[in-house]
Design a protein around this ligand. Structure first.
Ligand code: ADP
Ligand code: MG
Length: 293
C-alpha cells in the first residue's frame, strides 16, 4: 500500500505545476543523481525565429527562402515551422514540393519544380570538401558562437544559402539549473545541434557537461549507458527527437508544451514546460521519503 504521505506529496506537486504520475515516480526521484536535458524546446522556448538569411553562389535570397520553405512546409520540425513563418512574413510564396525525404537529426529534402532542395546540417546537404560549403560554415561560426542554430541549403548540390535561427532560452531556465546544482545533481545537456551552438548555450547556462550533434538513438544510448554505470537518471525533453531517451530513463520528464506522446509515457509532466519543477519534485521526494522513514 502507498503511504499517505506519498499521496500528499503527489498532490502538493500538482499544485506547483508538477504532475507526478504515481507513488513510484515520487519515490524514484529521491534516488536520481543525474539529470539529462535536451536543449531545443526544453532549455529553450522551442519557438525559433529566422533572424538572418544569407545566399551563396549567386542565388537570390527570396528565391532561396521560397525553395527552403516549400520543403520545410512538409516537415513537423520546430526549425521547419520557423522557416515557413519567415517566408510567409516576407511575402514569399511557396511552390509545390514533391518526393519529400526527412532524415532525423540531419535535415530534409524535396523536389521543387525541377530542382532538388536539401536543408539541414552541412554534412547532409553537400559533400564536405566543397569550397562554398566551407565558406558558409565559416560565416555560420559567429552566429553559432552567439547560440543561434544555422541550417544550410543546397539546390541541385550547389550550396545556395544559410538560415540563422534563434530560439531564446526560457526565462525560468537559469534559476531552474541553479536549483538542481544546489541539490547536488549532475546536469548533462544533449542536443542534435552543432558543437559551437551547444557550447554557447551551455556556457551561458553554466552547464559544464554537454554533447552536441547527438542523434535520437545516441540520446537513448547515452541514458542507457549512464544507467549501466549505476546512475539513476531523470531525462527532461519535449518529446521531439528525444522520446526514446525519455522512455528509457528512470524518470521521464515531459514538457507540458511538448509532444502529447511524451506526456503519456512520462513519469512527470511540467506544466508550461517550467524546468523549476524538476527541483521541486526532487525536494518533495526527499522530504516525503524522510517522513516515511
Ligand atoms: P535537437 O536535439 O536540438 O532537438 P534535432 O535532433 O531535432 O535537434 O536536429 C538536429 C539538427 O538537424 C538541427 O540542428 C538541424 O541542423 C538539422 N535538422 C533536423 N531537421 C531539420 C529540418 N526540418 N530543417 C532543417 N534542419 C533540420
Ligand atoms: Mg528536441
Amino acid at each position: 500500500a502507498t503511504p499517505m504521505s506519498v499521496m500528499v506529496g503527489v498532490g502538493r506537486g500538482a499544485k506547483e505545476g508538477v504532475l507526478i504520475k504515481n507513488a513510484e515516480v515520487l519515490e524514484t526521484m529521491e534516488k536520481v543523481d543525474t539529470i539529462v536535458v535536451d536543449k531545443t524546446g526544453t532549455l529553450t522556448q522551442g519557438e525559433p525565429q529566422v533572424t538572418k538569411l544569407e545566399s551563396f553562389n549567386g542565388f537570390d535570397v527570396d528565391e532561396m527562402l521560397g525553395l527552403s520553405a516549400a520543403v520545410e512546409n512538409q516537415s513537423e520540425h520546430p526549425l521547419a515551422k520557423a522557416v515557413v513563418r519567415r517566408a510567409t512574413n516576407d511575402g514569399v510564396s511557396l511552390a509545390e514540393a514533391t518526393e519529400f525525404e526527412s532524415v532525423t537529426g540531419l535535415g530534409v529534402a524535396a523536389t521543387v519544380g525541377q530542382r532538388r532542395v536539401k536543408i539541414g546540417r552541412p554534412e547532409y546537404i553537400a559533400a564536405s570538401d566543397s569550397p562554398s560549403l566551407d565558406q558558409a560554415k565559416g560565416q555560420a561560426a559567429e552566429h553559432q558562437a552567439a547560440g543561434s542554430t544555422v541550417v544550410f541549403v543546397a539546390v541541385d548540390d550547389q550550396v545556395a544559402g544559410m538560415l540563422v535561427i534563434s530560439d531564446p532560452i526560457k526565462a525560468s531556465t537559469p534559476s531552474a539549473l541553479k536549483a538542481l546544482q544546489h541539490l547536488g545533481l549532475r546536469v548533462v545537456m544533449l542536443t542534435g545541434d552543432a558543437e559551437a551552438t551547444a557550447a554557447a548555450v551551455a556556457g551561458a547556462l553554466g552547464i559544464d557537461e554537454y554533447h552536441a550533434g547527438v542523434s535520437p538513438e545516441d540520446k537513448h544510448g547515452f541514458v542507457v549507458k549512464l544507467r549501466e554505470q549505476g546512475h539513476v537518471v531523470a531525462m527532461a525533453g519535449d518529446g521531439i527527437n528525444d522520446a526514446p531517451a525519455l522512455a528509457v530513463a528512470d524518470v521521464g520528464i515531459a514538457m507540458g508544451t511538448g509532444a502529447g506522446v511524451a506526456m503519456e509515457s512520462a513519469g512527470i509532466t511540467l506544466i508550461g514546460g517550467d524546468l523549476r519543477g524538476i527541483a521541486s519534485a526532487e525536494a518533495l521526494s526527499r522530504k516525503t521519503m524522510k517522513n516515511i522513514r
